[in-house]
Ligand binder design. Structure first.
Ligand SMILES: Nc1ncnc2c1ncn2[C@@H]1O[C@H](COP(=O)(O)OP(=O)(O)O)[C@@H](O)[C@H]1O
Ligand SMILES: [Mg+2]
Length: 257
């Protein structure tokens, strides 16, 4: 677990979730979720497939509506604000999707310009180009600016995908399984990038992952979604030193065998 100390501003909550419920038909996915994200921290969310992790962050970004509960994001109740306010809020909440694909027919630069031009119409051409170069530099891929996505490695595509979210300078980043399907070396690169984003842009992030090496490398705190709730939250050791049979398999799968 990284021992990064959060500053006083880290006591401020940027996300506060209380009593959150979400079902699909008769299938109860989230059953009383309580969760805080503090300013400047990286919070890792673990949980088996199909437990509702993606549903949770879709609710946070207003892509799905909760059945009950309160979801406060940057001091706005996402389920109560107008659509216009929601669109404004979404600009501050960067969402790196599990399978976020780049547009194959566009260059890296065009892929990065796309969200910027769509959301900030008042920028000059020069400002847009500068923003693209800056964000590419921050993910270490300035040299790919004129390449096509098909010419990049999986890890590079992932980093460009993250850059496309960062270009809007979000206050909160939601990463949905950022290292899924990547080889171990590329996973390390992505972990480093997540940490660099935290340091450089002072973002507060939720990172969904199954990868405990990633969890240890990036998380200030870790929590596990178990049966629709977060029952364990804390440092890596606090969460994993347990006899809970629902928790141990995560650890065993990653570190023993
Ligand atoms: N829009 C939807 N309509 C119906 N069921 C859904 C929808 N989104 C998710 N689900 C169901 O909710 C459960 C949790 O999904 P998800 O949050 O994607 O899991 P994960 O923890 O793997 O990210 C799954 O069983 C999924 O099939
Ligand atoms: Mg998911």
């Amino acid at each position: 677990m990284k021992q990064k100390k959060l500053t006083d501003s880290g006591l401020e909550k940027v996300i506060e979730i209380k009593g959150l419920y979400k079902s699909f038909g008769s299938f109860d996915v989230l059953k009383g979720v309580e969760l805080d994200l503090f300013k400047g921290e990286n919070l890792v969310v673990l949980g088996k497939s199909g437990t509702g992790k993606s549903v949770l962050i879709k609710i946070i970004s207003g892509l799905l509506t909760p059945d009950a509960g309160e979801v406060l994001v940057l001091n706005k109740y996402v389920e109560r604000i107008s659509y216009r306010e929601l669109l404004e809020l979404r600009l501050k909440v960067g969402f790196s999707f599990q399978n976020s694909a780049l547009y194959d027919s566009m260059t890296v630069a065009e892929n990065l310009k796309f969200p910027l031009v769509r959301n900030q119409r008042n920028l000059s051409k020069g400002e847009v180009n500068r923003a693209v170069e800056e964000v590419l530099d921050s993910v270490g891929l300035l040299q790919t600016i004129n390449q096509m996505p098909s010419e990049l490695s999986g890890g590079q595509r992932k980093r460009i995908g993250i850059a496309r979210t960062l270009i809007l300078q979000p206050e909160i980043m939601l990463y949905d399984e950022p290292t899924a399907g990547l080889d171990p070396i590329t996973c390390l690169e992505i972990n480093n990038l997540i940490n660099e984003v935290q340091e450089r842009f002072h973002t507060s992030s939720i990172i969904i992952t199954h990868d405990l090496t990633c969890a240890k490398a990036v998380g200030n705190r870790v929590t596990i979604l178990l049966d629709g709730k977060f029952e364990r939250q804390g440092t890596f050791d606090e969460v994993f030193i347990t006899e809970d049979e629902r928790v141990k398999p995560f650890y065993d799968y990653n570190f023993i065998q």
